[in-house]
Design a protein around this ligand. Structure first.
Ligand SMILES: NC(=O)c1ccc[n+]([C@@H]2O[C@H](COP(=O)([O-])OP(=O)(O)OC[C@H]3O[C@@H](n4cnc5c(N)ncnc54)[C@H](O)[C@@H]3O)[C@@H](O)[C@H]2O)c1
Ligand SMILES: O=C(O)[C@H](O)COP(=O)(O)O
Length: 527
């Protein structure tokens, strides 16, 4: 088997390359390339490991037919076009915790640097000025820290600030009152935070809701003498308004680790009294870089080598322990979805995935994604488990999930039902020996079959002589039958035949089969 190939395109701790190699991937480290150089190179790779410098645009993805996974050694993925990656079926994963402590510590470091004007005091002392009377600072003890965003990093900042005897007020629409109590912070609205905070620190992603959250209007609502820290993302603070606030003296200090445009080689803020900055160093400690490098390489290699999915932003997670258990279910689910997709011509506004028995104990998301992938692949062969849920949503397909823990006729069952203009129709399958996918029911008729390779599906009247006639027809056309599976609604009623054949069946043979006495429908299937 050829080894998956991974490109590391940003500076990353050497542990990443080591892990890729140990886990069976070939790895190239080529950093600092232009977008054009990356576009020219990316076509060869199955995986791309990045930090924040590489921009994974639509153009990069279009040039990457083999690409299966993008791994971000860090948290923010705003340098990756996730909708475009999802549409191409590329998994995007990050390492959501590896650099949180480090970044929280950077925010606290910047808070102290602002409170005691450390960078300027250092610079003037080293110039020989000994400016003992020029730097009157403030204590942080007893002050109010306003936290905008109380997720992983925000909550670590809060715990450190509480240790420093600060009062912490937090604005985060997704923070529950229980979690606020657990964190020891007071949940407030944004205006309340702006009015009360002596220091404000930002820890949200950049979204349509958070862009410019510290706008000119909101900065005007802050307390005179406020100090502002942004170690999250450029674009959260209006940089022009920040400069005005510093110039007017309303804002006593501001510390930015991140800028609206990076690298920030020039900014009206540079040189403004009370302003300090670092070049996006939030995650830059030895510890954090080892953490994120190890984690991203482990996650990506896991995915490329054994199908495990961890910390994906566009696909349900699937641990390396879960993967072996879920894989046969995913194969079954995909086959059932494909069977329904191939046999349904009407439009389908709703698809339901019903699990029964042992299947209910598993993570349902990968099973659902696999059904959708099988169902939608009939329309486009670029559909996979990553993009199928997005395509379903885009096409207005309602997806229902139902679980019945109690076992029915089988110890485990997956049923896929579609709602069409002519009513609800469903197929169901189980796993033999917990690993072999088997169809067990089709549109209300019990029929047991392995869905594999080329198959023919025939609906006919249950009458003597049919089996002989179909066998003769296929034999005369040189088509070898592999398996032959029959089912019927009732004696003499509607019957179905699913047979696997060694090779594809021509339109002419399908037409001849359709003309046999009692045949109502013939369809070629492939799995
Ligand atoms: N400077 C750096 O080097 C560096 C390093 C790591 C992370 N980061 C950035 O820090 C940010 C926070 O990271 P995290 O790991 O804590 O993320 P997180 O997802 O754990 O937390 C983000 C929090 O923001 C909250 N939020 C979302 N929308 C909001 C809104 N409109 N108003 C207020 N709160 C809102 C969420 O509810 C969540 O609690 C991210 O943008 C990340 O990219 C920067
Ligand atoms: O989101 C992150 O993890 C940080 O912004 C770190 O970015 P970096 O990996 O480029 O230092």
């Amino acid at each position: 088997m050829t080894k998956p190939k991974v490109l590391i395109s940003d500076k990353m701790d050497p542990n990443a390359a080591r892990i890729f190699e140990e886990r069976g991937c070939d790895v190239d480290i080529i950093t600092g390339e232009t977008p054009e150089q990356l576009i020219a190179r990316i076509g060869d790779y199955d995986g791309l490991a990045i930090r924040s410098s590489t921009k994974v645009t639509q153009a990069v993805l279009d040039a990457a037919p083999k690409l299966k996974v993008i791994g971000r050694a860090g948290i923010g993925v705003d340098n990756v076009d996730i909708p475009a990656a999802s549409a191409k079926g590329v998994v995007v994963m990050n390492t959501p915790f590896g650099n949180s402590i480090t970044t929280a510590e950077h925010a606290i470091a910047l808070m102290f640097a602002l409170a005691r004007q450390l960078p300027e005091a250092n610079a003037q002392t080293q110039q020989g000025l000994w400016p003992k009377n020029g730097f009157m600072g403030v204590e942080v003890t007893g002050k109010t820290l306003g936290l905008i965003g109380a997720g992983n990093i925000g909550s670590i900042v809060a715990s450190r600030a509480l240790g420093l005897k600060m009062k912490v007020v937090a604005f985060d629409p997704f923070l529950t009152p229980e979690r606020a109590v657990e964190m020891g912070v007071e949940k407030v609205d944004l205006d309340g935070l702006l009015a009360r905070a002596d220091f404000i620190t930002l820890h949200t992603p950049l979204t349509d809701q958070t862009r410019n959250i510290l706008s000119a209007e909101n900065l005007a609502k802050t307390k005179k003498g406020v100090r502002i820290i942004n170690c999250a993302r450029g674009g959260l603070v209006d940089e022009a308004a920040l400069k005005e606030g510093l110039d007017s003296g309303h804002i006593a200090g501001a510390a930015l680790d991140v800028f609206q445009t990076e690298p920030a080689k020039d900014s009206p803020l540079f040189g403004t009294p009370g302003f300090i900055c670092t070049p996006h160093l939030g995650a830059s400690t030895t510890e954090a870089q080892v953490n994120v490098a190890l984690q991203v390489a482990e996650q990506m290699a896991d995915f490329l080598v054994s199908g495990g999915v961890t910390n994906a932003l566009n696909m349900p997670s699937l641990s390396a322990e879960e993967a072996p258990k879920l894989k046969p279910y995913m194969a079954l689910a995909e086959k059932l979805g494909s069977l329904v997709g191939q046999l349904t011509r009407d439009s389908v506004p709703r698809i339901s995935i019903h699990t029964e028995g042992a299947a209910t104990e598993l993570n349902q998301k990968p099973i659902v994604a696999a059904v959708l992938a099988g169902f939608l692949r009939v329309q486009s062969d670029t559909v996979n488990m990553v993009n199928a849920p997005f395509l379903a949503k885009e096409r207005g397909l309602e997806v229902r999930e139902v679980k019945t823990e109690r076992e029915g006729d089988y110890h485990t069952l997956v049923r896929v039902s579609v709602k069409t203009e002519s009513g609800e129709r469903s197929v169901a399958g189980t796993l033999f020996n917990n690993v072999e996918p088997r169809l067990v029911e089709m549109f209300g008729i019990k029929v047991e079959a392995e869905l594999t390779g080329h198959m023919m599906y025939i609906v006919n009247e249950d009458a003597p002589g049919f089996i002989g006639r179909i066998g003769t027809l296929l034999g005369e056309n040189g088509i070898n039958i592999g398996t032959f599976n029959l089912g019927r609604r009732n004696a003499g009623g509607e019957a179905v035949l699913l047979l696997s054949v060694d090779g594809s069946v021509s339109e002419d043979v399908l037409k001849q089969a359709c003309e046999l006495p009692g045949v109502k429908m013939v369809k070629a299937l492939s799995f």
